[in-house]
Design a binder for this molecule. Structure first.
Ligand code: SF4
Length: 280
């Protein structure tokens, strides 16, 4: 698509991030976006390289801090399509606080997390979503603590769009990210995106054998209690839109707020810059 840059990814051959990124690019194109109106923000980790491989405006920021940058950008320029990408280490450890507050703020943007349940870039340490008994270099007997359930965190924080997909199921993954982009508010997609180099447990075969696709059931994502039951069901790996609040109003469209943002006096940014210059 137009969203592919001319840089060759340095991800390991077979990494799930290829499929995750391809679906993101297709979903952006399928929703009428183009590189000129799209801003991709990423943090640190294998996932963090995505802004280089995609052809759009992009920022490769610091660990766990991509969401506030994305939120600030969207509020400053609502015409931009803002997509934040991250990994499970980046988003659910050092970035966990930002994640919760971004979810509850509900700015109209999309957050895609490449969840491979391991730290890949730093060579295989347990991540927040690693299984309790997953043996790694830093946890030879397993982390001995239950993994973070990102979908439950999002639901508890008042999330209005909570979905999950699998990087290798290209068509469904693209459809799900497209729905997240189209959602009026914060569209969150946790993507099973296998790390073929350091995680020999959460593999393509494992996900292929266990995923239940909600698109093939009569699941109604607007049914909160049903969504909650599925999200808390630790024995299943679901793919699809698990919860969507069809009454969602994005933060930037809330009554009173638009007025106050619009009331910033002309020249205020210049005055602020004058103060900054004076200070330095
Ligand atoms: Fe992908 Fe894992 Fe390689 Fe990183 S280390 S590029 S996550 S396969």
């Amino acid at each position: 698509t137009d969203f592919k840059s001319d840089k060759q990814p340095t991800w390991c051959p077979g990494c799930g991030d290829f499929g995750t990124m391809n679906g993101m690019m297709k979903a952006l194109a399928n929703t009428g976006n183009d590189p000129d109106n799209t801003f991709v923000v990423a943090g640190i980790g294998c996932s963090g390289k995505i802004g280089t491989y995609m052809h759009s405006y992009a920022l490769h920021g610091v660990h766990g801090r991509a969401l506030p940058v994305g939120i600030g950008t969207k509020l400053a320029n609502p015409e931009l399509e803002v997509m934040v990408a991250g990994g499970d280490g980046d988003g659910y450890s050092i970035g966990a606080g930002h994640f919760i507050h971004a979810v509850r703020r509900n700015v109209d943007m999309t957050y895609v997390v490449m969840d491979n349940r391991i730290y890949g870039l730093t060579k295989g340490q347990a991540s927040p979503t690693s299984r309790e008994d997953f043996e790694t270099s830093t946890s030879p007997d397993g982390p001995k603590q239950p993994p973070v359930n990102p979908l439950a965190l999002a639901l508890a924080a008042g999330g209005t769009f909570i979905a999950q997909s699998f990087s290798s199921d290209s068509q469904r993954h693209t459809e799900i990210v497209k729905k997240a982009i189209e959602h009026d508010g914060f569209g969150f997609v946790n993507v099973y995106s296998p790390c073929v180099t350091f995680n020999d447990v959460d593999t393509y075969d494992y996900f292929r054998d266990t995923i239940v696709d909600l698109g093939e059931t009569d699941h109604d994502p607007t049914d909160y209690d049903d969504a909650k039951g599925k999200i808390l069901d630790a024995d299943k790996e679901y793919q699809g839109v698990i919860y969507q609040n069809d009454q969602s109003v994005p933060f930037e469209e809330r009554e009173g707020l638009t007025g106050s943002m619009a009331d910033i006096p002309d020249g205020a940014p210049d005055e602020a810059m004058d103060l900054v210059r004076e200070f330095y």
